[in-house]
Structure formats: structure tokens, C-alpha cells
Write a protein that binds this ligand. Structure first.
Ligand SMILES: CC(C)(COP(=O)(O)OP(=O)(O)OC[C@H]1O[C@@H](n2cnc3c(N)ncnc32)[C@H](O)[C@@H]1OP(=O)(O)O)[C@@H](O)C(=O)NCCC(=O)NCCS
Length: 216
């Protein structure tokens, strides 16, 4: 079994969208929108192709990670560039076998090598704590509504990378797709049944959970 991680190329876009759709289907909402986000990201100025990887198992792509530029806006309006990743996807039949970890760690190491300062993202803490992500509240970085959520996490890529950077995190516009267009885009894939699942309520709760941790 040969595992390869390599940069995503244009010829991979559709298969990556298919994998993303499979990975997210009915997980957080009935259906999924992450494959449409992936589709939009590549066309957006915030896309970071030099950090966007696919993972292959014996020459078959089984997962992907996409990075975008984001910014922390301080109270005085100063904008600090940071980066973010997501969607990150592994085909469901390969979950919990260490492939996601390989892909995420590889991309973080590359981001360090390429001199990026910090990654800020949204997601379940149990997915990202293993890589050292911690609530962005620790760095006084809130969402634009001024609130600190447990699901918004930061990882400085070198010591002191977030020192003196605080404010609100603004993710790339490409992360917020037009819902009407999303439906049309999904129709270009094989039909799949949308279902309501218990994981949706759990996600809604997690997405709005306020970070009450006291950080040093
Ligand atoms: C998230 C995802 C990319 C992880 O890939 P994976 O190959 O399953 O992850 P790994 O096997 O490498 O797990 C790495 C670690 O992450 C954590 N983790 C991953 N999935 C988890 C889960 N469902 N529950 C709890 N912890 C989890 C664990 O610490 C795990 O280590 P362990 O298996 O030794 O306990 C994959 O599960 C996926 O595509 N999920 C659907 C899409 C999604 O939710 N993406 C992330 C949100 S943007």
C-alpha cells in the first residue's frame, strides 16, 4: 500500500469535489455544501494552491485539504493576514486509519516551511486539538460578532507568531457560498438522498458554543 501526498492539480478538481461531497454528505446538514465551497475556492484570490494537497492510496485519491487566506482585523482597523484550511476530507471508508492526520500534518509542516504565520479555522475541537490547535480566545481573536466560540481555533506556526495580533477573524468570502447556486451545482453530481440526522443538532449546538475557558 503506497501512500502519497502531493499538491492538488487542476485535473484533480472534480474528483476532489466528489470526495468532499461523499465525506460531508448528511454529516452536518441534510446534503452537503462543502463540495461547492471547494469548487469556489479554486477560483478565488484567497486560494493558496501551494498548500492544497491530495492524499493518494495506490494512485487513487482518497482525500484532500484546501487552504485559503484569511485576516484578523484589529479594533483600530489594522488587518493581519493569517491562513485557514477547510474543507478537509477523507473518503468515509478510510476514516480513522490515520490518513487525515498524515494530510493535515503534512500541510501544517509545509505551511511552516513556506513561512506562513498562523492557521485559524472553525470545526470540532476533537478534530484539531491533536495538532496543537487551541481556542482562538487564547489570543483574543473573536468572530466578527465579538464572541469567542469553542469551534474557532488557532495554531501559531512559530513561537510568538500571534503575539500582538488580536481582533476578529474574517474567513475568505469563498467559504460562504450562494445557496441557490449550490443547489444547481449539486445537480451536476449523481443524485443522493438528503437525510436529517442526529449529528446535525449536535453540530448546531457545537457551532454556537461559547468558549468559557480561561487562558493564561
Ligand atoms: C475529519 C477527517 C478529515 C479526519 O480524517 P481521518 O483519516 O478519519 O482521521 P485520522 O484517522 O487521521 O484521525 C486523526 C485524529 O483526529 C481525531 N479524530 C478524527 N476523527 C474523529 C472523530 N470522528 N471523532 C473523534 N476524534 C476524531 C482523533 O484524535 C484521531 O486520532 P485517533 O484515531 O488516533 O484517535 C475525516 O474524518 C473526514 O473527512 N470527515 C468528514 C468531513 C469533516 O468532518 N471534515 C472536517 C471538518 S472541516
Amino acid at each position: 500500500m503506497a501512500v502519497t501526498i502531493r499538491l492538488e492539480e487542476e485535473k484533480d478538481y472534480r474528483i476532489v469535489e466528489e470526495i468532499t461531497r461523499e465525506a460531508f454528505w448528511n454529516l452536518y446538514v441534510p446534503g452537503a455544501f462543502e463540495h461547492y465551497i471547494a469548487h469556489n475556492i479554486r477560483k478565488h484570490a484567497d486560494f493558496i494552491p501551494e498548500l492544497s494537497f491530495v492524499i493518494e492510496l495506490d494512485d487513487k485519491i482518497i482525500g484532500s485539504i484546501l487552504y485559503t487566506r484569511a485576516k484578523v482585523v484589529a479594533e483600530d482597523g489594522t488587518e493581519y493576514p493569517v491562513i485557514s484550511f477547510g474543507p478537509v476530507s477523507i473518503l468515509p471508508e478510510y476514516h480513522r486509519q490515520g490518513f487525515g492526520r498524515m494530510l493535515i500534518e503534512h500541510s501544517i509542516n509545509e505551511a511552516k516551511k513556506q513561512g506562513f504565520n498562523a492557521i485559524i479555522l472553525g470545526g470540532y475541537p476533537y478534530h484539531y486539538q491533536p495538532y496543537g490547535f487551541i481556542g482562538s480566545k487564547k489570543y483574543n481573536i473573536s468572530m466578527p460578532d465579538g464572541k469567542f466560540y469553542t469551534g474557532i481555533m488557532a495554531l501559531p506556526l512559530y513561537e510568538g507568531a500571534l503575539a500582538g495580533i488580536s481582533g476578529s477573524i474574517h474567513f475568505s468570502e469563498s467559504m460562504y457560498p450562494d445557496e441557490a447556486k449550490m443547489e444547481d451545482f449539486d445537480k451536476t453530481f449523481p443524485s443522493k438522498e438528503k437525510k436529517v440526522q442526529a449529528s446535525h443538532q449536535e453540530f448546531e449546538k457545537a457551532a454556537t458554543e461559547i468558549d468559557n475557558n480561561l487562558y493564561d
